[in-house]
Ligand binder design. Sequence first.
Ligand code: FAD
Length: 420
Amino acid sequence: MQNITIIGGGLMGSAAAWHLSKRGEHVLLLEQQNEIYEYGSSFGESRIARSLGPKDDIFSYFNNTSVALTRELIDFLNENDTQTHRMTDVYTTSPVTYIYDQVLQEEVNQLLYEEQKDKCEYATSKDGYAKFEMTIPDELTVIREYKEHSGTMHPLTLINKLHKAIYKCKSEILYQRKVLNISPKNDHYIIAIEDTKTGKTTELSTKKIIVAAGVYNGELLKGIEPQIAELITPKRMSLCYFKINKTAYNNYSEREKTRLHNIFPVFDLRGKQFYAMIEYIDVDGLPIFKIGGHRMYNALENVDAAWKTPPTKDEIEWTYNQWLNYLKMNNLPIEKEDTQYIEGRSCVYSLTETSVPLVGHFPLKEQPSDTDAILIGGMSGIGAKGAMCYGFIAANLLMKIENQEFMYQKAKDELGLKRG
Ligand SMILES: Cc1cc2nc3c(=O)[nH]c(=O)nc-3n(C[C@H](O)[C@H](O)[C@H](O)COP(=O)(O)OP(=O)(O)OC[C@H]3O[C@@H](n4cnc5c(N)ncnc54)[C@H](O)[C@@H]3O)c2cc1C
């Protein structure tokens, strides 16, 4: 019998598997994809990593704890390894820009409160040019956060490093293993698994289980805990990739190029919540921008089909305009004909009612819930920057390890599965 089995080798399952392996636990991690992660909510080369938040904000805590835990991972990997691992493999530090409508002034005030430890500046229409070289409309406030390791993080690099560390601890990862069913039996769980390469189905027994199957959590657990599917709803959203053409980009001065890099990532908290970041630098040295809208999502019936759905014309148009407007707001000379739409893809994530993710024991219908069964899910569009911390909390819950720190307790309580 396995002691601990984790389902899902995305950011969350991998982080949990590493934290347990580091403590000497033997873990089996099951992932339906092969070693190359090609779809799933963690797909891609960048996610916004940001720390700024109001007093005692759990999301700042998730981000900052994840940075500290990533440093531990890097140190562990560097012990007796021929390859050098660096924090900069995972994090690209750059200013993070937030755009607020002044109707959200209360939120802005909460961010700029006296004890705010994260270094930030803010500007309005009056001093936007002097501070950020921006033309800021009257109704907006712009905040910029400056902190080491805030900017973007690379989800696939983090997954690769976590898997390397899991192997180094002698835990096990099986790829191309799709979990078909989980059923409780006496004091353990039976997991039915399909080897997607051979089509062969097997069963294994495990004493403890962590389910971190991303948007498939609800489906996978519906036999044990139908309420999970009600707590988290899968949503489809589109991502569009753009670039500035070579000639136009090369016409920028070095100073303008630096500014172009420093004004991303950006997160606009109005309406559909436009966000944009540099996803990667292409072979010609041109930045490739990834653009989307956090609130520009649709509910969906068929998750498998959604990954392959291209963005609609309206979605492309909307993201294009948001990006161009933001460049203009920053007084970087650009015309639409100097830019190019490269490609679009859909992504799926699951959302809780409050957008606070779930990390806790299931099933809910039994009280007390099984202390040997943990769900990590409902990560929505904010999970990546806190992944190391969600995995850490899940590992602690499974091993019954407590931490009396105030923020840890607050975070753990808010992540719990009992809602409303
Ligand atoms: C478009 C988009 C933009 C985002 N932007 C940001 C951002 O800027 N900042 C930020 O912090 N976060 C962001 N996020 C959120 C973050 O990327 C996700 O919350 C996070 O990647 C979710 O990780 P996960 O491990 O829960 O899910 P996944 O990465 O989907 O992992 C689940 C894994 O389980 C596997 N699996 C599923 N079912 C089975 C099964 N039956 N058997 C075996 N394996 C199974 C899947 O193949 C997958 O690998 C964004 C997300 C998206 C989609």
